[in-house]
Design a protein around this ligand. Structure first.
Ligand code: SAM
Length: 289
């Protein structure tokens, strides 16, 4: 089974137009490439099946979907969740795809791409060591990246349909293969509230936009994050474009609320579109003398 977007389909169609018979081609949205043969009916798969030209032309004409294809018709990757009444789909980029939640991209794609976006988020709290909490799994990119250096990553996703989407995304596979990533299903507010105190050394908080999950921007939730963090643990909180009007006011509100529940060293990280904060029990006590 191949997972393709217009980026891959166009390579094959252009090669065919030029009369080329062998090209380097990716069957997993650009993660890996291999040489394939272009035959009269389409692309010859390693298992002998053929991805037909008509299907590839359909994919090449669709700029906003990723597709699963074998020797039949291509099928766009999207899922409707009855649980949340949201539609999730994979939106292609040159590299890792992003996820659209009811049309809203869950990663930065303007002037960057989801993998780079993920690296900025994770680097903001480097070194990423010890026990990591990832409050919003999404496509699992932050959890996967954190798990490269951390001891253990616990990641929480509200909607099981998102994990079904992950299963179809080649860039999310480590979420299922890495034994150091523990997936929890539920609302982060409720799940984190039930966790033991002082457990995590790093927290990555990458929530959906405020309109989709306002509780994840509340003082009550920040207080719960503070509680489950160890002393000197670091939090990265993604917020959005700090140059936009809404991003600016949202950032100011987030900083005020983080400081209000006890976080110290709260600083903007414009490159990562978010803020970093540290749990400093000693500092807090000194300051209160
Ligand atoms: C911005 S995406 C996270 C992207 C992720 N960090 C990644 O690297 O792919 C936000 C995710 O949070 C999920 N979500 C929404 N509300 C939530 C909640 N209350 N608790 C946990 N996850 C939630 C959404 O379904 C979505 O998958």
């Amino acid at each position: 089974m191949a997972v393709l977007s217009h980026f891959q389909a166009r390579i094959a169609l252009e090669a065919r137009t030029e009369g080329i018979t062998h090209v380097n081609f990716s069957f997993d949205l650009g993660r890996n490439t291999q040489q394939v043969e272009l035959v009269e009916k389409g692309i010859m798969l390693p298992n002998g099946k053929i991805l037909k030209w008509a299907g590839l032309a359909e994919i090449a004409n669709s700029r906003s979907s990723c597709f699963i294809m074998d020797d039949g018709e291509p099928r766009a990757i999207h899922i409707y969740s009855e649980e949340t009444d949201r539609i999730y789909s994979l939106y292609p980029t040159q590299g890792a795809p992003t996820m659209l939640v009811s049309g809203i991209p869950m990663h930065r794609i303007k002037g960057t791409e989801p993998h780079q976006d993920t690296l900025e988020k994770v680097r903001a709290i480097k070194p990423v060591v010890g026990q990591v909490l990832d409050t919003a799994t999404g496509l699992g990119y932050t959890a996967i990246e954190a798990a490269r250096t951390a001891e253990y990553v616990t990641t929480i996703e509200l909607d099981p349909a998102v994990l079904d989407l992950c299963r179809q995304n080649p860039w999310s596979q480590e979420l299922f293969d890495n034994p150091n990533i523990n997936q929890l299903i539920g609302g982060s507010f409720e799940v984190v509230s039930a966790m033991e105190s002082a457990r995590f050394t790093r927290v990555i908080h990458d929530p959906p936009v405020f309109s989709l999950a306002g509780d994840l921007y509340s003082s009550e939730f920040y207080g719960e994050l503070y509680r489950v963090m160890r002393n000197r643990a670091k939090l990265f909180h993604y917020i959005g474009d700090p140059e936009s009007k809404s991003g600016r006011s949202m950032t100011a509100g987030v900083i005020r609320r983080l400081e209000g529940v006890g976080f110290g060293q709260v600083r903007r990280v414009p490159k990562a579109y978010g803020v970093v904060a540290v749990k400093e029990i000693g500092q807090r006590l000194k300051g209160s003398k």
